[in-house]
Each structure stands twice: as C-alpha cells, then as structure tokens.
Design a protein around this ligand. Structure first.
Ligand code: NAI
Length: 280
C-alpha cells in the first residue's frame, strides 16, 4: 500500500450510474479564502470548477494514509458540534473532541488546504464540506451487502450510512429462502445476480458478511465484477490483486486489545512489573 492516498477530485471522477451528490455539499455561502484561511491552490481549483474549467488537483501532494484514517474521526466530531449548533470551533476544541493533539489536527487539516483563522478557529460547516469532499463523501456511494444474516440485517437496518454518503443499493444471499425479504430499504436478491447488480447499480463498495469459508469466493466475484473497495467482516484474510482496497473489521480483535489493557491495569494494581510475564 502506498504511503500517500491519492483521492479523486469530483472533476476527475468518471460519472458512474447510481452516484448522486450526497452529503458534504458546499454550504450555501461558502466562506471566502480570507474568512477561513483556505490555501490558494484549493481555492483556485474550486473557482475553476465553478467556471466550468478543468479543475486543478486540490491535493497536489496527496494526503498521507495516517491523515486519511483520522479524517472520519474529525468528521464525526464536526457533525456532533454542528448538531449542537456550534458554527466555529477552535483547533484545540476540535482536537479534544476528536481525541488527538491539536498540532496533529492542524497538520492534518493543512493537507486539505484548511488552516482556520487565528483567534477564531474553523468554520464548522465549511470544514464538514472540506473533509467530506476529501473523503469522497460529497457523492452517494452505492454499497452492496453480500450475506443477509444477522450482521447483514444489522448493517442494512442502520440508518446512519445514508447521512454519511453511503446508500445500501442491494443485499444478496445464497439462501433462496432469504430472497424477496425486505431488510431496511432493500429487498434481498439471490447472489447469482451479483454481476448484473454491480453493473446496473454502479456499485462502488462491497460489504462481505458471509461465513469465512465463503468470503474469498464472494470477494473474487465482486472484484471480477469491477468492485475495487471491499469491507470484509468475515474472519479471514482476503487475497486481492493490486488496485483493490480491502478493509477488515474484526470486533474480536478490538476486544482482545481491550483485554490486554485490562490485564495490564490489573497487574499494575497488584504491583507486577511485567503483566505478560506475570500471566505466563
Ligand atoms: P449468519 O450465518 O447469520 O449469516 C451469513 C449469511 O451469509 C447467511 O444468510 C448465508 O445464507 C449467507 N451466505 C453464505 N454463503 C454465501 C455466499 N456464498 N453468497 C452469499 N451469501 C452467502 O452470520 P452472521 O452472524 O451474519 O456473520 C456473518 C459473517 O460476519 C461471519 O463471517 C462472521 O464471522 C462475521 N462477523 C464478523 C464480526 C466482526 O466483528 N467482524 C461480527 C459478527 C460477525
């Protein structure tokens, strides 16, 4: 994986069926560069887009992967502030809300060309727009969930994806008895329709929620159908070709990490210097 994430600009993105503008639209009156201290390059790119000219790439140096990984955390904190009616936020306040130090936050946001205003901070609404745009969330990403079991149901019933730029476009299962069931906003279809659905719905992201033994085959089919972003919940490491991004979610790993810290705290309380050795 490269150390720098090259993020698409709206101007560079080929239009695909099913993608519509979604969250992170520019505020009705976007503050000017002077108001929010936006970097010159980004402003110029936005102006070019408005003028119908080819836009300059807004992230000329790319955005480091570590920064990309923190952007959703900033976005969540910004949404919470916006929900409370906060319109501007100081960098230390936003950093505290996101659980990072403020120097790191300022550095991260500088990659988006956002520097805030001295003594005022960041415009919350505009920063939501900038972060959403950097993450590619200012359009709707159609998602297919493969596996309509317990997890698939929970994901499809979760309403929070839509407001974050993701639309559950389809849900597939190999169990004929599941086909036709309504889950959330979709009706379960048979997995034999995968290729056709990926093409007709312009599926951008595939979510794998099938048993481990079936996950690689499902992944291979998604990739062959043209899906290059996969979120895998199955407890198995998937093999994919270069150019395909796989993110793995494993709650049991998170729990194991918590168990490690709990064990260490408990060992410290009882005065053991090396908890791992103490437990051995
Ligand atoms: P489940 O058994 O309730 O659902 C699995 C569904 O996949 C079933 O409806 C089954 O018919 C379907 N399926 C099986 N093979 C298929 C195929 N080739 N194509 C399409 N559909 C297929 O299981 P559950 O609880 O929903 O878990 C799903 C997966 O997610 C499992 O691999 C499980 O280990 C994993 N999981 C991961 C978690 C995490 O934190 N990452 C948390 C919970 C579950």
């Amino acid at each position: 994986m490269s150390s720098v994430a090259e993020l698409p600009t709206p101007a560079e993105e080929p239009s695909r069926p099913g993608r519509e503008p979604a969250v992170g639209k520019p505020p009705a009156k976007a503050p000017t560069a002077v108001e929010v201290g936006v970097g010159g390059r980004l402003r110029r790119a936005e102006r070019d887009e408005q003028d119908g000219q080819p836009a300059e790439r807004p992230y000329p140096g790319g955005i480091p992967d570590a920064t990309v990984a923190r952007l959703p955390v900033y976005l969540r904190a910004l949404y919470t502030l916006a929900d409370r009616g906060v319109s501007t936020v100081a960098s230390d306040e936003l950093a505290t809300a996101a659980g990072v130090n403020s120097a790191k936050l300022r550095k991260d946001l500088s990659h988006l060309g956002s520097y805030g205003i001295r003594g005022v901070g960041y415009d919350v609404e505009y920063l939501v727009y900038q972060v959403s745009r950097a993450l590619g969330l200012n359009q709707n990403w159609p998602v297919v969930i493969v596996g309509a079991g317990n997890l698939g149901h929970a994901l499809a019933n979760y309403g929070g994806f839509v407001s974050r730029g993701f639309r559950i476009a389809a849900m597939l299962d190999s169990d004929q008895s599941m086909v036709g069931h309504r889950v959330g906003s979709v009706t379960v279809r048979h997995v034999s329709e995968l290729e056709e659905i990926v093409a007709s719905s312009g599926i951008a992201i595939g979510v794998i929620a099938v048993p481990a033994a079936a996950a690689q085959a499902v992944c291979d089919r998604l990739v062959a159908a043209g899906v290059t972003s996969i979120l895998n919940f199955a407890p198995v490491v998937l093999t994919v070709a270069d150019g395909v991004d796989v993110r793995k979610v494993d709650l049991s790993i998170e729990l194991q990490i918590l168990a490690f810290h709990a064990q260490r705290r408990s060992a410290e309380r009882f005065g053991q210097a090396d908890p791992a050795a103490a437990g051995a």
